[in-house]
Write a protein that binds this ligand. Structure first.
Ligand code: ZN
Length: 279
């Protein structure tokens, strides 16, 4: 959906993208609620165009991270599949990434909304372009993650980074948090205010987020792998803490760090936890 103010259309193009992962409905609910606000004229665009994107409606309808024949829509944005996978093998998400590619190219700034398996304070992942870190100060998040190496070229904010477009992904909290949809909505509203897309009130977002760097990405080594404790997001791990173990491997931290997006239930070989440090 696209809502324009006539004054200085067509720029800037501001987008809120929700539910790139179908088991994270808070983003789709937030963009639908904002669309309703524009339709009822409770909100009006101050300048430019607001794009409200429900990224993965097929997976959302199924309540799954991605469709059974498809793939993780937030790991396709380097478009390697175009050369590596014959088109007959593409699933819904491959087609969806290609469909969204052109409109995303024209954006000036993007917010991408997610939720997490385990409890976490709301945090953003910056793509480091232009003034996105300044915008991040006003959207009501507790932490701002920089340097998410390893995922950089596959995620939607990485694709926008290549184009030089400022973008941020926000993990709003746990999937099952009763407040999650409301929180995603308010983060999106603050983002629209901070980018000047709406002018319905003062730009506020609480305290400055604390900036951290993701320095380790740990993949699940085996089916037997278990965490040393039921980690939650941004829990502090002291040096020597057992992150997790299986029958042959034991992973401990060598310095104080934060647990980011711990999820014991991923497939073997997928990311089970990330570790971040203060700057
Ligand atoms: Zn997600």
């Amino acid at each position: 959906m696209r809502i324009s103010a006539s004054a200085d259309w067509p720029r800037p193009h501001v987008a809120v993208c929700g539910s790139i992962h179908g088991n994270e409905p808070c983003g789709a609910l937030a963009v639908q609620r904002i669309a309703g606000d524009f339709e009822s004229r409770a909100l009006a665009p101050a300048k430019g165009t607001v794009f409200l994107i429900h990224a993965n409606p097929a997976a959302t309808a199924l309540g799954l991270r991605h469709t059974p024949e498809g793939d993780d829509l937030n790991r396709l944005w380097n478009f390697a599949f175009v050369d590596e996978l014959r088109p007959e093998a593409w699933g819904y998400e491959h087609h969806r990434a290609l469909e969204l590619k052109e409109p995303l190219r024209d954006l000036d700034v993007l917010l991408d909304l997610h939720s997490a398996k385990t409890a976490t304070p709301a945090f953003g992942i910056s793509n480091g372009e232009a003034d996105i870190d300044e915008v991040a100060k006003h959207i009501g998040i507790s932490y701002l993650v920089q340097s998410w190496y390893g995922l950089a070229d596959k995620v939607i904010i990485g694709f926008l980074k290549v184009a030089g477009t400022p973008a941020i992904s926000v993990e709003c909290g746990a999937h099952g948090d009763p407040e999650i949809a409301n929180r995603a909505y308010h983060i999106a509203l603050r983002f629209l205010r901070a980018t000047g897309a709406i002018g319905d009130g003062p730009v506020t977002g609480g305290d400055d987020p604390r900036t951290v760097h993701v320095v380790e990405r740990i993949t699940k080594p085996s089916e037997e792998f278990r965490f040393g404790a039921p980690w939650s997001g941004f829990q502090q791990l002291e040096p020597g803490t057992l992150v997790g173990r299986d029958r042959v491997t034991e992973i401990r931290v060598g310095r104080r760090c934060y647990a980011v997006l711990p999820n014991e239930e991923v497939e073997v070989g997928d990311d089970v936890i990330y570790l971040a440090v203060d700057t």
